[in-house]
Ligand binder design. Structure first.
Ligand code: MLT
Length: 265
């Protein structure tokens, strides 16, 4: 589906179900389609929304320096354009989690609860930033296919890497569908993202932290420290899953989300 944010900027998204809005923000270099298991599995009880983040899918890029802050503002503009004024449950995986943390800082009153999956609060290390610079060059020169080929060995856990070739194929398809500029801008925004760790203690929302037991990109330790720092946060480890825990073990992921949401007032 497609929605005008302003006269010259649009956002594409998927939506299913009715009731309490549950919004999912995708990882890099993917799009809303990565949330298919949650769109089908959770829309029985929730209004599930999965937008394409700034510069991904059919969502317009943004003139100027890209940032997580601006991507979060686009999510707020998306809710406004849909006339959603009630607080939403916001979930993000990896890059989507960085955007969700920025959203929680910038628009806390629009949130009812937060789900942080396979993500981290800390900024990139110096080595990580240098790798981002190389990735920006790869994205600009060769596009999404080259980027996803570099990432794939770390995206899936050993079980999915062996048993779910369809997941690698669908991630390739999503990455190939993204523009070089959108990918490069997102890498720059991730490289320059601020440290979200000091703000964790101030998050006053029910928070669920999810992580695949075999996540190599944002490992268990990053989720443990994030969950410890957010008052009252609950940590659930998804067994036999890597970085793409929502797709690798959709039943366990959806069960953890459902149990968390059932506990909300
Ligand atoms: C993602 O899955 O969104 C990315 O791996 C995040 C990152 O590179 O930091």
């Amino acid at each position: 589906m497609r929605l005008q944010l302003t006269a010259d900027r649009a956002m594409t998204y998927a939506q299913a179900g009715q009731g309490q809005p549950l919004v999912w923000l995708h990882g890099f270099p993917l799009c809303h389609e990565m949330w298919q298991p949650q769109i089908s599995g959770l829309s029985t009880h929730y209004r599930v929304l999965a937008p394409d983040l700034t510069g991904f899918g059919g969502t317009s890029g943004f003139p100027g320096t890209p940032s997580m802050s601006q991507m979060a503002d686009d999510v707020a503009a998306f809710l406004t354009a849909l006339k959603i004024t009630e607080p939403v449950i916001l979930g993000g995986l990896s890059m989507g989690g960085y955007v969700a943390l920025a959203f929680a800082r910038q628009h806390p009153t629009r949130l009812k609860a937060l789900i942080l999956a396979d993500t981290r609060a800390e900024p990139d290390s110096a080595e990580g930033k240098a790798n981002r610079d190389k990735m920006i060059a790869v994205a600009k020169d060769k596009g999404g296919e080259a980027v996803i080929e570099q990432m794939l060995p770390k995206l899936l856990g050993p079980v999915a890497a062996k048993e779910r070739p369809d997941l690698a194929a669908s991630m390739r398809r999503m990455a190939v569908g993204q523009s070089r500029e959108g990918i490069a801008n997102a890498v720059q925004a991730m490289r320059d993202r601020p440290d979200s760790a000091p703000g964790l203690a101030h998050i006053k929302l029910p928070t669920l932290v999810l992580v695949g037991s075999d996540d190599q990109i944002t490992p268990l330790a990053a989720s443990q420290s994030m969950a410890q720092a957010i008052p009252g946060a609950k940590l659930v480890t998804i067994p036999q899953a890597g970085h793409m825990s929502n797709q690798e073990q959709p039943d366990a992921f959806n069960t953890a989300v459902r149990e968390f949401l059932q506990g909300l007032k």
